[in-house]
Design a protein around this ligand. Structure first.
Ligand code: HGY
Ligand code: MN
Ligand code: MN
Length: 399
């Protein structure tokens, strides 16, 4: 019986980021590939049958692959400089929950599968939950194949280099038919569970969120020979956009809007940038408010660009509506919890993408400080173990 903390210790040094701190494990990088191998080995050591489907989702089967199975898992890829738990906690807990069920002598009435979805963070190819979107048909395969990473490599090329046939990625009805219910355990990315009390809560709604990219272009030039009045500097436009994002989102109740990534080109200290890319993350419970807020941000961006003599283009990269997870499944899951706490989440998850086509549920394990997408993300060992035991309770109840 492997505990969650033992499993996570096995990968504690994989993908450490010496510059940012934390972990940088983009999909199909050497680090995330090493994590995939870790998962396959852990599954094999449990006698689980392992297969990778045409979208790169790894399935570890307890029992024969079959339709209507009970499926649980999460992702292994991370954001740049991410924490140790966002994704891997759900994967390790799935393996540990199977250990728990076996130790209890449970004879499953149907097959159980532990799964790993690729590119949940969208950190390499820009689209969040790319693997589950492909499986559910939520993204056009041609668009997915053409997505590029920061080095200009296409998803088609990278997928092919990792054993997939790019011609066959996309909607997978037979894969979806195998999911009777999907349960994702995830580190809580907020402080809903507080510092004490139950370690685990059931998920209810998953906040809608979108990602956009601003392309700002001006006149690259010399920092010393170009007078201020002669400039068309896209960095000035970027600065005004970032302040407009803060102002407009702050005045929109419940909205969250973030610029966490900006890329000036060429990026020289003594060079006025010729262009700047700037990424925007906007979230709100009401998808119409999200759309309106993005429109107002774009209006402010266009005005700032015009004032500076620059061009400004906004490109939508990824959009997910607010999702309420399956109420009947949520109610059954809550019955298996000591006190049936229910939490909403502001973070996106594969479970929310799958929820459009299969009954999906989530469990959140306490993260006392609530910090995530940061090296400071932390789960106490006792909470991690409690989460896996509760996941086993939920799986047993659903069996
Ligand atoms: O961005 C998110 O909310 C998730 O962590 N992918
Ligand atoms: Mn995340
Ligand atoms: Mn996650």
């Amino acid at each position: 019986m492997m505990t969650v903390t033992t499993l996570l210790k096995e990968i504690a040094d994989v993908g450490r980021d010496g510059v940012r701190g934390g972990y940088t494990r983009p999909v199909y990088s050497s680090a995330e590939t090493e994590l995939r191998e870790w998962f396959r080995a852990a599954a094999h050591s449990r006698g689980l049958g392992v297969e990778t489907d045409r979208n790169g989702v790894i399935w570890a089967w307890w029992g024969e692959p079959q339709d209507g199975a009970l499926v649980t898992g999460s992702h292994l890829d991370s954001v740049p400089g991410g924490g140790a738990f966002d994704g891997p906690l759900g994967v390790a807990s799935a393996l540990s929950a199977i250990d728990h069920l076996r130790q209890r002598g449970v004879q499953p009435s149907r097959s159980i599968a532990a799964v790993v979805f690729p590119e949940e963070e969208g950190s390499r190819f820009g689209v969040a939950c790319l693997g589950s979107r492909l499986m559910t048909g939520a993204i056009d395969p041609d668009r997915a194949r053409a997505l590029t990473d920061a080095e200009g490599r296409t998803f088609a090329d990278v997928a092919a280099a990792n054993g997939l046939d790019p011609a066959h990625i996309g909607h997978d009805p037979s894969g979806l038919a195998r999911i009777g219910q999907f349960i994702e355990l995830h580190v809580e990315q907020g402080r809903g569970l507080g510092q004490c009390g139950p370690s685990v809560a059931v998920g209810d709604s998953v906040l809608g969120h979108g990602r956009w990219r601003f392309l700002l272009s001006g006149q690259g030039n010399h920092a010393g020979t170009t007078l201020m009045e002669d400039r068309r500097d896209p960095m000035i436009v970027a600065a005004k956009i970032i302040l407009a994002v803060q102002r407009l989102a702050t005045s929109t109740p419940q909205a969250r809007a973030t610029v966490g990534r900006i890329l000036p080109v060429p990026g020289g200290t003594n060079v006025i940038a010729s262009r700047v890319e700037l990424w925007l993350d906007v979230r709100h419970p009401d998808d119409l408010v999200t759309a309106d807020l993005v429109q107002r941000i774009n209006d402010a961006a266009a005005a700032a660009a015009a004032e500076e003599g620059c061009d400004c283009v906004l490109i939508e990269e990824s959009l997910s509506p607010t999702v309420h997870l399956d109420p009947a499944l949520r109610a059954r899951m809550a019955l298996a919890l000591p006190d049936g706490r229910v939490l909403d989440t502001g973070a996106g998850h594969d479970a929310a993408i799958l929820a459009a086509v299969v009954p999906s549920g989530m469990l959140f394990t306490r993260n006392a400080e609530g910090i995530s997408h940061s090296p400071e993300e932390h789960v106490e060992d006792a909470d991690a173990e409690a989460g896996a035991a509760v996941l086993a309770d939920v799986l047993e109840a659903l069996l």
